[in-house]
Design a protein around this ligand. Structure first.
Ligand SMILES: [Zn+2]
Length: 336
């Protein structure tokens, strides 16, 4: 193996030697005395060429006498130059690769940045959508709030329910009226605000005790029976106007029938056209009151349209209910 290697090296060496000889011969030919370059005679040129061709031995002997060192040195210089070029090329390629890598790393970073900001944007959009959805879902923040107490035919008041009462003035007959003490101030503020607008309101009927409600209900039922209604018919007819005891909002102390000062006439739908009813409809929510039995909700409330009956629910909830045109049952999600 080693032997063969040495041999091939020797062969290569010999070839190189031969090449070198050829090179030096060519060089010498180029540097041959002017007689060869003399354009004088082509014959002489031919002769010279033929003499050169005819004297390979002397040429050989002359070349062999030339020292080897300069050839080695030239080869080393050439190798060094090639190696230098190679190093340059490698450096340039390395720099190009480095630039390319940096470029792609930057691109990658930008892509990741974009993806991050896109996902942040999506998350924020989802939060906004959620908050809009929550905003759109109309309903109370706290359905158990005292002011959202529901009293209707399907939700009778707890037995013995008795609110702390406070006065809100006198009705047209001079009978003092009371409400739940927590509603006193908002109601008086509302009456005062109406007065400042030139609309004079009066509470006609507010809190009624369970006993009082029972008396009123029975009284009206008897009136119908006196007109020829059967007891069942009279009960049904009364129920259209008066809540069955225990299911009346007047027993909560949170509601009041409000009309023009001094008005003693009947309570019917025509009152809707009065200044007082209009003012109440426009402004009551600002004081926490709602129209409790709207015209288009009688199927849900089970009670006729009463443009005079207002119920305290608190300002925030009142504004939502009136703005949406809901009845309390709808707002509380307690539609039967
Ligand atoms: Zn009423």
């Amino acid at each position: 193996m080693t032997k063969r290697t040495i041999t091939s090296r020797q062969v290569r060496r010999a070839q190189q030697m031969k090449e070198t000889q050829n090179v030096s011969r060519k060089r010498r030919r180029v540097q041959t005395p002017p007689r060869h370059q003399n354009p004088g005679s082509a014959q002489e040129e031919n002769r010279t060429n033929s003499s050169e061709r005819q004297t390979p031995v002397s040429e050989q002997s002359r070349v062999s006498s030339v020292p080897v060192r300069p050839t080695d040195s030239a080869k080393t210089v050439s190798n060094n130059r090639r190696r230098g070029w190679m190093l340059w090329m490698v450096a340039v390629v390395a720099i190009l690769i480095g630039i390319a890598l940096a470029f792609f790393a930057e691109k990658q970073r930008q892509a990741e940045e974009q993806a991050r900001s896109a996902s942040a944007l999506a998350a924020s959009a989802s939060r906004v959508a959620q908050s809009i959805q929550e905003e759109e879902k109309i309903g109370p923040k706290d359905p158990d709030l005292w002011s959202l107490l529901l009293a209707n035919t399907t939700h009778p008041l707890p037995e013995g329910y008795e609110p702390e009462l406070a006065s809100v003035g006198y009705d047209f007959r001079g009978i003092e009226q009371f409400v739940d003490e927590r509603v006193q101030q908002p109601l008086l503020d509302m009456l005062k605000a109406a007065e400042e607008d030139g609309v004079y309101l009066q509470v006609r009927s507010a809190y009624r005790s369970h006993e009082n409600q029972t008396v009123l209900f029975e009284s009206m039922k008897q009136d119908y029976m006196a007109q020829g209604y059967t007891e069942e018919q009279a009960y049904a007819a009364t129920k259209r106007w008066r809540n069955v005891p225990g299911t009346s909002e007047h027993e909560t102390g949170l509601a009041a029938d409000i009309v023009e000062v001094g008005y003693g006439g009947s309570l019917d739908e025509s009152l809707e056209q009065t200044e007082e009813a209009k003012w109440l409809y426009e402004n009551a929510a600002d004081f926490g009151f709602v129209l409790r039995y709207p015209k288009d909700k009688t199927d849900i409330t089970g009670t006729s349209f009463e443009p005079w009956h207002y119920r305290y629910v608190g300002v925030e909830d009142a504004k939502k209910i009136m703005a949406e045109g809901l009845c309390l049952e709808e707002y509380l999600g307690m539609v039967e």
